[in-house]
Design a protein around this ligand. Structure first.
Ligand code: C2E
Ligand code: CA
Ligand code: CA
Length: 557
């Protein structure tokens, strides 16, 4: 038979013995404490798994009232029912302890039947409350539901004005993959493991409260006195990694320093924002919320809210930056660079939105739109300027590379606008994992077969491997502008540029230098036998009408 645990708190062993005797009907197992502190310790050892407490008020050390205060602030212990045992009938004390959370009274000397009955009633009540509380627990993981977390956390914070707290919101990087690669059941198992781990951390006092807001998102309330956040996270991360799974999942945590002005759900939202901001950033596990982050994220959100409409309204416009020949200093090509003409905000540079679009996939739509505009311009200019027309390079994002139909999409555009394929060049960014990136290698080969001219963008910026030049059908390398920036004063950099250009020449690959800003740089590049340049020295990116005028001039019109 299940024996319920009853904790007897009284400094007099004789009083505890009397209660034990009176209540010994086989239903209970007794634990004993001589003062409040000892009682709290025992309750923690039992993980709050105690059905009732009989509490004496007058004790040396932590007395009954102080015990009630401590218990009320502890979410694990707060709901355990308490019967206060008093010597005297003292109604003002009774009111006071009731206010502190005591549930009932017993007066000494005890009456056995009354004592038994009151305790039984109380336990029944408590277990009903427990049942209700169970609804506050998340069925799958056992931690609190979102609403319960908000309520309880607010309670703990309000009850401890001297303490400083942090709210942590955590989720797992790549959790979706667990469901996709293994099964939903496997994903649920991991969530249960995580819930249990957080529950244990709560019992161990490392965190004060844990809740789940849905999916793999958990919320924690942490008392700053418990130690450093970094230690806590390292601890949690270790627990997570201990879970046996053939996939590395990473913990991402956002933190909000609790203040008095902000509501709990807002604080959780902000912690969640902070966590979201380090998604995809390998090795970064914690981000603390700051107002600047909010500003930044609001701006990002604003961009995301408006991008579809902007595309439909033709707010994205293409600028052209001429590429020139080192030998003749005339225009031999151009790069198409997108700008966002935002109503009321002017021209927004691509760095402000492209990384965002690459993360959410919208880059695919935007690039398609840009390519279409570029092909349309090529068609018109080719008609008008004939032989004076130069090839236009357009940027292909790394995200586009993973589209298996990329070659067909681009070929369709070429056919739709009826332009010679030689006039459309593709700038593809050298990727960090280039050598091992089969998909990129495959894509480049396919595009080459389809007849496109490939320019390797930002060459030298990533982990460029010169080997790749011999492996891949690259037509032109674009030497990254950072190279040139540092080459002014660095002899070794100049040597590297010399070497790269020399090697490219040997392999029949063309060269263009980005970011040429001065006559001096131009002369150096020319002497190094670089074929082409692009940069502010020759021309800045310009609207298409202006570039059309350059072409017209070139055509002698
Ligand atoms: P990128 O492909 O490396 O483009 C060259 C960038 O260098 C352009 O910046 C250009 O304005 C800038 N630049 C040109 N000459 C000079 C110079 O002399 N000095 C300096 N300091 N900078 C110079 P922009 O237009 O802001 O574009 C930034 C990046 O955005 C591009 O880098 C490219 O990665 C991306 N991007 C631009 N348009 C598109 C597009 O249509 N699709 C995709 N996927 N990405 C694009
Ligand atoms: Ca480019
Ligand atoms: Ca570039």
């Amino acid at each position: 038979m299940l024996q319920r645990k009853i904790l007897l708190v009284d400094d007099q062993p004789i009083n505890r013995a009397i209660l034990r005797k009176m209540l010994s009907n086989g239903e209970y197992q007794f634990l004993e404490a001589a003062d409040g502190r000892e009682a709290i310790e025992i309750l923690h050892q039992q993980h709050g798994n105690v059905s009732g407490i009989l509490l004496d008020l007058l004790m040396p050390g932590m007395n009954g009232q102080e015990f009630l205060d401590v218990k009320a602030k502890d979410p694990v212990l707060a709901n355990i029912p308490v019967i206060v045992t008093t010597q005297l009938e003292d109604s003002s004390t009774e009111v006071e302890v009731l206010a502190k959370g005591a549930n009932d009274f017993l007066h000494k000397p005890y009456n056995a039947l009354i004592t038994q009955q009151r305790l039984a009633n109380l336990i029944k009540l408590h277990e009903t409350v427990d049942f209700v509380n169970a609804i506050e627990r998340d069925g799958m993981t056992g931690v609190y539901t979102k609403e319960a977390f908000y309520r309880l956390a607010a309670g703990i914070i309000a009850a401890n004005p001297g303490h400083k707290y942090d709210i942590l919101v955590t989720d797992f990087e790549r959790f979706k993959l667990v469901n996709e690669l293994f099964s939903m059941a496997e994903g649920n198992k991991l969530l249960r493991y995580w819930g249990q781990s957080l529950d244990k951390a709560t019992r161990d006092g490392k965190i004060q409260l844990a809740g789940r807001s849905g999916g793999d998102v958990f919320m924690l309330l942490v008392d700053k006195q418990q130690g450093s956040l970094y230690d806590l996270l390292a601890d949690l991360e270790k627990t997570l990694q201990a879970y046996p799974l053939k996939l590395t999942i990473e913990l991402k945590a956002g933190c909000y320093h609790v203040d008095n002005e902000t509501s709990l759900d807002t604080m959780c939202d902000r912690a969640s924002m902070a966590a979201g901001s380090i998604k995809g950033k390998y090795g970064k596990h914690l981000c603390v919320y700051e107002d600047s982050l909010r500003q930044h994220l609001l701006q990002e959100q604003n961009i995301l809210n408006n991008m579809q409409e902007a595309l439909a309204n033709h707010e994205f416009v293409v600028y052209y930056q001429p590429k020139f020949s080192m030998a003749t200093r005339t225009t031999v090509g151009a790069e198409a660079l997108v700008r966002w003409e935002r109503p009321g905000q002017g021209l927004v540079p691509p760095d402000a939105f492209i990384p965002l679009f690459e993360r959410n996939g919208f880059i695919t739509d935007m690039d398609m739109y840009v390519w279409d505009r570029v092909c349309a311009d090529i068609a018109v200019w080719y008609q008008k300027y004939g032989k004076a027309m130069v090839p236009i390079s357009t940027n292909v994002s790394r995200v586009d590379i993973y589209n298996p139909h990329l070659d067909q999409i681009l070929l369709d555009l070429v056919h739709k606008h009826q332009i010679p394929i030689e006039l459309l060049h593709l700038e593809i960014t050298e990727s960090a994992s280039m050598t091992g990136d089969n998909q990129l290698i495959q894509a480049i080969r396919t595009l080459d077969k389809a007849g496109f001219t490939i320019e390797m963008d930002d060459f030298g910026k990533g982990y460029s491997s010169l080997n790749m030049l011999s492996e891949l059908p690259i037509d032109i390398i674009k030497i990254d502008r950072d190279f040139l920036r540092s080459s002014n004063d660095d002899v070794r950099q100049r040597d590297v540029i010399h070497f790269v250009i020399g090697l490219a020449k040997k392999m029949g690959v063309g060269t263009i230098a980005e970011g040429v800003e001065t006559e001096e740089q131009l002369e150096f590049l020319h002497s190094a036998q670089c074929d082409m340049g692009q940069g502010y020295f020759y021309a800045r990116p310009m609207p298409h009408e202006q570039f059309a005028r350059m072409l017209a001039q070139k055509a002698g019109q």
